[in-house]
Design a protein around this ligand. Sequence first.
Ligand code: SF4
Length: 282
Amino acid sequence: MYSHKENNGVRCELCPHRCLVLPGKSGICRMRRNRDGMLVAEGYGIVSSIALDPIEKKPLFHFYPGSSILSLGSYGCNLRCLFCQNWQISQTQGKARPIVPKDVLNLAKTHQSDGCVGVAFTYNEPLIWYEFILETAPLLKAAGLKTVLVTNGYLSRLPWDELIQHIDALNVDVKAWDDDFYGKMCGARLGPVLDNLAAAKDKCHIELTYLVIPDHNDDDASLEGFARWVYNNLGADTPVHFSRYFPSYRLEIPATPTDVLKRARALAGKWLDFVYLGNVGL
Ligand code: SF4
């Protein structure tokens, strides 16, 4: 999913960044490197974390509730969120070990007796693990297991349409209802995320997460604008999780007050049937 450019450079087409990657360098995600004019997915099969999690932890509240799911992550991310709540694996390259798709299948199968319904690609950004997921998901499906992505949704449309056919459920992080915020705080754009969400409707189960950051993305117009868009484009029965921000990575402001989260729930509740609060004991 790349094209050749002059001086052995390559243009990666996988996500909307469309990085021009020069020889020896990697793209913004740090996962894809130009080796002698070929773009190599260096993180293919490289796992940084594996755990059997309750499915509600993804969070997915309306997809096999009460089950567990084998959760896998690699490293790297194609966004640069200043407030990343998982930066130890998304923004660094720590200890990791290799695994092949068949290992993932076998591991998921061994946990079926513990209520495991499949595999969630999560922790760091799974979309930059594109090839690995594309090879693993059909194996899972053939064995009657589910494939879940917990993702920022920032992928080019063609690869997104290809991938989504193999996905059973998504939790997509919508970072804000404001393209300026996406640009300044995440180094990305909101539009491609919304286009991909609309394209995934009716193809798989969708839940959304919105990390509420005080004085950054918590104004009434944004919160209600987001909920209205979900209502109009995905349906009133789409579960939305407003999650509490805690100081992390490069944004050091106080955690989101619970009143702000309650206000978000009330505003979104005008449009949506299922609004939940996360990271908070409410
Ligand atoms: S997947 Fe990585 S290398 Fe490719 S365009 Fe996106 S950030 Fe750049």
